[in-house]
Ligand binder design. Structure first.
Ligand SMILES: *Cc1c(COP(=O)(O)O)cnc(C)c1O
Length: 401
């Protein structure tokens, strides 16, 4: 039998040490809850980094998955399958975009967007060969591939992994003058997270997205939003860029909750003009757009829309924010929130956020520190007031001692 100790011992002995999980072992999950091997129940306030916005094992998504598994799971793109078309169409409807390219992990979809932007730059904008530049932000997190860590500003994500991919320029996150100065005739794209999740729930100054949209349009630069974490209802809108006027990007990148946590599914979504640069053989993925993924993705999007989960995130997020702000604590430097994406930044003198997360775990709340100082609270969007009240009472205990 798998016990807490044997499970942890085996994963430490046989697994690469590239994570530092909290010392509990999950064996089952349902909705907003997870259970450990000892039968303890926890409120999941990480939601697998926002991949389970719809709640764990949502019955409708699970049903679609099981039904599809009984028919066909993988065809490869060498053949059409009867699920992919409906999925691509649904993604285009929900995003109000024209064309979709399916991949698996979030990182792959960002890589796809970078390839598309470069090729668009050479073919459409007529940038000289190998001169394309892409502007990115300090504190960015777009994934762990060589291409993506090449423009990370986080020392640990790069250290020991060089040489890196050239062609990127970094601006300060949220600094519009910096963006304006960084644009050159060779700039093909500006890539950013509308709210930085891994960097500790960092929200750009109001108006930044609108101004960035204007600058990109004026200079013929593709605006690319990585909404892998902020998208699909997390911030109280279907997409975080919708918090600002006229900020619709040329390229939108989604992943995580696109499957409700059942399967790795990601997409790059864009216009016919940008997507048109891809010809057969230019790019691909064995599993990308497979019928199982496509069936799951359709159900996951249906749940978000039919259950109004973006609106629910806005409402529940406002309720939670108010309650957290009312907590009197000497440890809290700042609370940042949009919908159910909340960051509680702990003062440096109080130490790191990790011990606070460990204490929360003992009380039955699972949250994970990000960037050392911030407790990230991002539960499944199906959470209710009573469950939030429980969370607030636990936060109260942990932040007041
Ligand atoms: C999680 C995440 C990624 C990477 O997704 P993977 O599926 O882990 O490759 C990229 N960008 C953002 C903003 C993310 O939160």
């Amino acid at each position: 039998m798998v016990t807490t100790n044997s499970a942890i011992a085996d994963s430490v002995t046989y697994g690469a040490n590239n994570y530092n999980p909290l010392p509990m072992v999950v064996t089952r999950a349902d909705g907003v809850y997870m259970w450990d091997t000892e039968g303890n129940r926890y409120l999941d306030c990480l939601a697998a980094y926002s991949a389970v916005n719809q709640g764990h094992r949502h019955p409708r998504i699970l049903k679609a998955m099981i039904e599809q598994m009984g028919r066909v799971t993988l065809t490869s793109r060498a053949f059409h399958n009867d699920q992919i078309g409906g999925f691509l169409k649904k993604v285009c409807e929900v995003t109000e975009m024209e064309m979709t390219l399916p991949m698996n992990s979030g990182a792959e979809a960002v890589e796809t967007a970078i390839k598309a932007a470069r090729k668009w730059g050479y073919q459409v904008k007529k940038v000289a060969e190998d001169k394309a530049e892409i502007i990115v932000c300090s504190g960015n997190f777009h994934g762990r591939t060589m291409g993506l860590v090449s423009f990370s500003t986080e020392k640990q994500y790069r250290e020991g992994f060089g040489p890196f991919l050239p062609g990127f320029r970094t601006i300060e996150f949220g600094n519009i003058q910096d963006l304006e100065k960084a644009i050159t005739p060779n700039t093909v794209a500006f890539l950013m997270e509308p709210i930085q999740g891994e960097a500790g729930i960092q929200i750009p100054p109001s108006g930044f997205l609108t101004r960035a949209r204007e600058l990109c349009t004026k200079n013929r630069v593709l605006l690319m939003f990585d909404e892998i974490q902020t998208g699909l209802g997390r911030t109280g809108k279907m997409f975080a860029y919708q918090h600002e006027q006229n900020a619709k990007p040329d390229v939108l990148i989604l992943g995580k909750a696109l499957s409700g946590g059942m399967y790795p599914i990601s997409v790059m979504v864009s216009s016919k003009e940008v997507m048109g640069v891809f010809k057969p053989g230019d790019h691909g993925s064995t599993f990308g757009g497979n019928p199982l993924a496509a069936a799951i993705g359709q159900a996951a999007l249906d749940v978000l829309v039919d259950e109004n989960l973006a609106e629910r995130s806005r409402e529940m997020g406002a309720y939670l924010f108010e309650k957290i702000q009312a907590i009197r604590s000497d440890h809290v430097l700042e609370v940042r929130a949009r919908g159910l994406m909340v960051g509680i930044e702990i003062k440096k003198i109080s130490g790191s956020a990790r011990p606070f997360c460990e204490k929360l775990m003992k009380l039955g709340v699972l949250a994970k520190e990000t960037h050392g100082q911030t407790i990230r609270i991002a539960p499944p969007l199906v959470i209710n007031r009573e469950q939030l009240d429980f969370l607030v009472s636990c936060l109260n205990q942990v932040l007041q001692t």
